[in-house]
Design a protein around this ligand. Structure first.
Ligand code: GLA
Length: 401
């Protein structure tokens, strides 16, 4: 009896040993499985998921990570921590076909080498500040002049070119990426240590929210925006001219030869800038030669003053692409929107999936304060003081019709 018991005991110990060993192999496989390393699931709840993978390395050796956020209905957005860039956004057409509708580049080198702000977070100051200078309380600040005499989109190294800290989160019906960055005092010439967070939230209603927040330790100016170029056809070899656009604005800001607002508001009525009733982009742009403002911009590249009160979130603009049926609506708390029709794209940048980005292969709807506000007393203020919190919200709603 005793011997029988001993044999059984030895046998079971042996078996347990084998099971533990196998489990270890399995564990090791899981841990070191190359697929897992490349695309790691970091959040998953309900229908939403966030996956993380490597996108590449910057020229100064920093790892660039890519976050893939998807919702229950299948929308997928990719964001990299470099510039907070939305590198792709797949949404369905009226037949349920998912295609990428935002312009972007295939690798980090191309982004570093000269992206025209594709998909990026823009700061500290979206759009131009005349002659790259402004003064605050009698003190003059000299900024980077990176666009002729002017400062554009934060200067030489704006928020589109920095590495953001990313914190993924998932809620009941939404997934979000909270991006944060501390812009040191004097960066680009701007005063104050500025702490910024930008949160991208994709929900199950096919809405993308972009929420901005910032605080400073010294009086400064701020104007953040998002510079995604859309092409709702899902085919980057096509131009965006047939998109039907509506802009909820009765006036816009005419600009001088270097694209700085003259300071006067001009009613859109009777001009190609009237998008109060939806019309194709091409309908306005065909008047490029006869309209001085379109001629200066090489197309639309202006700030429309939205019909809204102060900081209330209101409908700003929409774009409808009839062939695919894709429809995008933009809502914002900002007072203006820069509608830009990809006028500077010139066929020199490689498109995702082949070909090149030609003039007007994308358009931007950049919600923001007016350009050059720090130098224009009549424009709504872009000043941020210590103790205050800058907040701004823009959402993009995708559907088909
Ligand atoms: C903004 C500006 C344009 C251009 C693009 C980026 O939309 O208004 O003039 O600089 O950014 O190329």
């Amino acid at each position: 009896m005793k011997t029988k018991y001993r044999i059984l005991r030895l046998l079971s110990l042996f078996l347990i040993g084998i099971i533990v060993k196998c489990k270890n192999v399995e564990n090791k496989k899981g841990e070191y499985n190359s697929d897992m390393k490349e695309r790691e699931l970091v959040e998953s709840r309900g229908g939403v998921e966030i996956k993380k993978s490597d996108f590449g390395k910057t020229s100064d050796g920093k790892i660039v990570e890519k976050y893939s956020v998807s919702n229950a209905s299948g929308l997928e957005m990719n964001v990299i921590n470099y510039g907070g860039i939305i590198t792709s956004l797949k949404i369905p057409d009226k037949n349920g076909k998912y295609e990428d509708v935002v312009l972007g580049l295939d690798n980090i080198k191309d982004y570093e080498d000269g992206s025209p702000y594709f998909g990026a977070i823009i700061g500290r100051y979206g759009n131009r500040i005349a002659n790259a200078k402004f003064s605050l309380d009698g003190k003059d600040y000299k900024l980077d002049a990176n666009n002729g005499p002017n400062s554009l989109h934060g200067g030489k190294k704006g928020f589109d070119k920095v590495i953001w800290n990313v914190e993924p989160n998932s809620g009941e019906n939404e997934a979000s990426l909270k991006l944060s960055y501390m812009s040191p005092d004097g960066e680009g010439g701007f005063p104050g240590n500025l702490q910024i967070t930008v949160t991208y939230t994709l929900n199950s209603n096919n809405e993308l929210y972009v929420n901005y927040e910032a605080t400073t330790d010294e009086k400064t100016v701020i104007n953040l925006t998002q510079h995604t170029y859309f092409n709702l056809t899902g085919d980057f070899s096509k131009k965006v001219l047939d998109h039907i656009v509506e802009i909820n604005a009765d006036s816009f800001l005419p600009v001088n030869k270097t694209l700085i607002p003259t300071g006067k508001l001009k009613p859109v009525a009777g001009t190609p800038f009237d998008f109060t009733e939806p019309k194709t982009i091409s309908k306005g742009i065909t008047q490029e030669n006869s309209n001085e403002q379109l001629n200066i911009g090489g197309g639309f590249d202006h700030s429309w003053i939205l019909n809204k009160e102060n900081k209330e979130v209101a409908f700003a603009a929409s774009a409808y692409e009839p062939e695919s049926g894709r429809f995008m609506e933009v809502y914002t708390s900002e007072p203006a929107i820069q509608f830009y029709t990809g006028n500077f794209l010139d066929g020199s940048l490689p498109a995702k999936g082949g070909g090149e980005y030609e003039k007007r292969s994308g358009f931007c709807m950049e919600t923001q304060h007016y350009p050059d506000s720090p130098n224009q007393e009549n424009f709504p203020s872009t000043i941020l003081k210590p103790g205050e919190t800058y907040t701004s919200e823009t959402s993009y709603k995708f559907s088909v019709k």
